[in-house]
Structures are given as C-alpha cells and as structure tokens.
Design a protein around this ligand. Structure first.
Ligand SMILES: [Zn+2]
Length: 339
C-alpha cells in the first residue's frame, strides 16, 4: 500500500485540482485515453450528457467501479484518472499490470451523475438522489447503472463516494478519512459468501491503511437501505464495497485523500487479482469504529474567555465553514491541526 501512496504524485492527473469536477473535464480526458481502454457511451443523463463506461483487461474476474453518482462527490473521479495514468504507464510495476490485466476485466464509470456535477449538487437534474433510486430506477442514470450491473455481472463492485469532513472515526478526534461498508443484501443483514468477500477486502484495506492514516478508517452506517445501489448490487450477488472519501487535516480540496484513495484502489485490485483477500478473517470488520456524525470542526479554539453582559465565561468555540458553535467540545477534534 505505501508504495502505491508514494508513487501517486507521479500519476496524478493535472487539472482536477479542486472538488468541483464537471462533465466536460471527464469527456475531454476520456477522448485522450490510450487504446488499451475501450470507452463506450452507456446512455444519457436527464439533460442529455453522455455517461461513459471504460473497460480494460481480459481476466475472468469482472470488477465494476462507478463514481460521482452524487454530483458533488468527485474525489473518486479524480482518482480514477490517476488510475488510468498508472495502468497505461510502463515501469517497475509492469509485472503488476500484467497480472491484473490477465486476472481482471475492469469496467469503470467515472461520472454517473454529470447533471449533478454541473451544479455541484448531490442529486440529478430531477432532484432525485440516484442512490435512493435502485428499486424504481426512475432516473436514466439509475437505469444505466442497473443495466451495467446486470449485463456485466461483476464479481466485485465499488460504489465510490465522498462523505462530509466532520465525521470522526468513532468517539475520537481523528477524522474518518476513509469509510467503508459491505452493504447488507437483505433486511436480515445476512452474510452470504459474496458479502463475506467484500468484508474480507474491507478488513485488508483498513489494516493496510493504518500506517498512513492511523485510526482514520471508519464504517459507514450499516442499516439496510433497500433503495441504495450498494444494497441492490450486493443483492445481485456481486461482492460490493461502498467507499467514502472523508476529511483530513488541512486538506480542503482532498488532494491527500485522493492519494489515499489511489492507494486503496490499487491495493484492492491487487488483492482481487491474487485472491489474497480470501485469507482475511471477517471478525475485524465488525470492530471498525462507526462514522461519528459532527465529531469535528474546521477550527476548534479551546477554553476561550467569553465576556457576556459583563460576566466572563469559559467555553470552547468551534467553526465550520463560517458557522460558529459555542460549548464544551472536550471530545471533539479539529481539522485545522492535529490537536
Ligand atoms: Zn455519496
């Protein structure tokens, strides 16, 4: 994992430097991908923007990855272009590339919600959250994803998102820089073999990320949400992982987190190609701390003296994007620094 993190700057796609990524930036880059990538239009969004799939590799194990089904969640999209740069390069990792290409067939949808991306908004142009449309498939974007899952029949699926920066990993001051979930496939939250494989992969990735982001991996809320595509995909017997990019200290554009995301995707592809994930125990999955809502502030100033009506009070003062909170935030942390 560390070696992947070290090399990411070398493969970092230029021009995707901020959290707002538009359809035109994706289309322009897809048109320049090398021939090893088969770029196919999969359909159109509500406003007529073309949604593309990118296929690579010749292996028997099929892996589907989709990003930005929420239009304002671009970290994975940016990372996928770093991944394309890495996969099409030639260097000391050529043996790795040959093995992955021989074992895996990748299908990648690098922006499922281009209309939402255009507005930097979560929902599509009809104000529907595509990730709550897995059953009805009222949206063309949802139908495109459902049809791709059905036709491609992936053994593994990666549902790639961003989460807000203010989650901490459990009751700690550490930001939940990455959150995972192996979504349940049914209301009973049963663990069939394919979901177990997803859990094993999460266990491996969480352990491998520990040196880079100590205690910075959390687990997304695992309550059954039948309208979400992760649950639907898991129910189609594809080992499905939800991956959420979260906050990190002094990283408002998520460039550090993009690097982490790059490392975890490459390590996941390695583990699937070699089947190394199968050696992981499943129990540590349940010990991953949950996302704790509102555990952090952008800046937290402790024990400030507040003078109100002539009297002095001592309180912590927290700030989030212009909002101000006053209180006792003893167990809360700050994204501004490591205190
Ligand atoms: Zn999302």
């Amino acid at each position: 994992m560390q070696s992947f993190l070290d090399i990411q700057p070398h493969f970092r796609e230029a021009g995707l430097d901020t959290r707002e990524v538009r359809h035109a930036q994706v289309v322009q880059r897809l048109s320049k991908l090398p021939q090893m990538f088969a770029v196919t239009p999969l359909g159109q969004s509500v406003e007529g923007r073309t949604i593309y799939g990118v296929q690579a590799g010749q292996g028997a194990t099929r892996v589907l990855l989709w990003s930005q089904m929420h239009g304002d969640e671009s970290t994975a999209t940016r990372t996928l272009f770093d991944l394309f740069n890495f996969l099409s390069a030639s260097d000391d990792y050529d043996g790795w590339r040959r093995q992955v290409a021989a074992q895996l067939t990748l299908c990648i949808i690098p922006m499922l919600n281009p209309d939402g991306a255009e507005q930097n908004r979560r929902e599509n142009a009809c104000l529907i959250d595509i990730n709550r449309d897995a059953r009805r498939c009222a949206t063309p974007e949802g139908r495109i994803l459902r049809d791709r899952i059905t036709a491609f029949a992936p053994h593994f699926s990666f549902n790639l998102h961003d989460q807000e920066s203010y989650y901490s990993a459990g009751v700690s001051r550490t930001p939940a820089t990455i959150a995972f979930l192996a979504p349940p496939a049914d209301r009973e939250e049963s663990i069939p073999d394919h979901r177990r494989r997803a859990m094993q992969l999460v266990v491996r990735l969480a352990r491998k990320l520990q040196p880079a982001i100590p205690n910075g991996v959390a687990k997304w809320n695992d309550a059954y949400e039948p309208r979400a595509f992760g649950e639907w995909s898991q129910a189609q017997q594809s080992a499905t992982l939800l991956v959420e990019a979260g906050g990190y200290y002094r990283d408002p554009q998520r460039e550090f987190v993009r690097r982490i995301y790059f490392g975890l995707l490459l390590d996941a592809l390695s583990a699937i190609a070699t089947r190394d994930y199968a050696a992981e125990p499943v129990e540590p999955y349940f010990a991953i701390p949950g996302n704790r809502e509102n555990g952090l502030f952008d800046t937290l100033q402790r024990q400030q003296r507040l003078v109100v009506c002539g009297a002095t009070y001592v309180a912590d003062v927290g700030f989030r994007k212009g909002e101000r909170f006053v209180g006792d935030f003893e167990t809360f942390g700050s994204l501004d620094g490591k205190d």
